[in-house]
Design a protein. Structure first.
Length: 227
């Protein structure tokens, strides 16, 4: 696919959506259906990697595929409605459009469920690509010509760097500012409310790289961002 003059990729969980309430509800239903204890409170502190990594904590290896499929089947009924947009999510996608660009969502989440979340919240990216984690996200980012990838996890930073995209990290997920910076994040924002003004500067300065786009030192994460 030919590169658009400005294509921005976004992660989904804990970047565009606060999926903790919905995922917690889905795990609680999974535990009830299977009779197997799942610590849903702990599970939602580890969002980012593929579902199967969490399922392996609670079920034997030979059942991971089966249980993952059951979780994904339960998900639409239990996880979509409780899940809100992250603060600034709609405005961040709108800012890309206002700059004449395209917004794509690249996520480790099962793609049909990712699409349900976005439709429910009225967030309309130009494309949604699911079931990609960490460096594998680079496949979709390169295909869509993304020059920027916005995420909350060190895996998102790795995906951006593997794609040759600018890594913009928001401190709204399980990874703190130090972890994100150490992983190679080039721009660090407290949350997506800061993204439109950052993008405006990036475009105005010619998108010549992270130093010019980022300006001063990245801000420290706010207490609210870590709650």
């Amino acid at each position: 696919m030919a590169a658009h003059p400005l294509t921005v990729g976004f992660d989904l969980d804990m970047t565009l959506i606060d999926s903790r309430p919905g995922i917690k509800a889905a795990y609680e239903e999974l535990a009830a259906r299977t009779g197997t204890f799942v610590d849903a409170e702990a599970a939602v502190t580890r969002l980012g990697p593929p579902l199967e990594e969490e399922i392996r904590r609670w079920f034997p290896a030979e059942r991971v595929t089966e249980i993952s499929a059951l979780y994904r089947a339960l998900y639409p009924d239990f996880a979509i409605t409780p899940t809100p947009a992250m603060q600034g999510a709609r405005e961040a996608v709108a800012a890309v459009r206002a700059a004449g660009g395209r917004a794509v969502v690249v996520t480790a989440k099962y793609e049909p469920n990712a699409q349900l979340h976005l439709a429910h919240l009225g967030i309309e990216p130009d494309a949604v690509i699911g079931s990609l984690w960490a460096e594998a996200k680079a496949e979709a980012l390169r295909e869509h010509g993304a020059r920027i990838y916005v995420g909350d996890h060190t895996g998102d930073v790795r995906g951006a760097r593997a794609a040759g995209a600018l890594s913009v990290a928001v401190v709204t997920g399980p990874c703190d500012a130090a972890e994100l910076r150490t992983a190679g994040a080039e721009v660090l924002l407290d949350d997506l409310t800061a993204f439109p003004s950052w993008l405006e500067r990036y475009v105005a300065e010619g998108a010549d790289g992270a130093e010019g786009a980022d300006g001063d030192e990245a801000p420290e994460a706010s207490a609210a961002a870590r709650a």
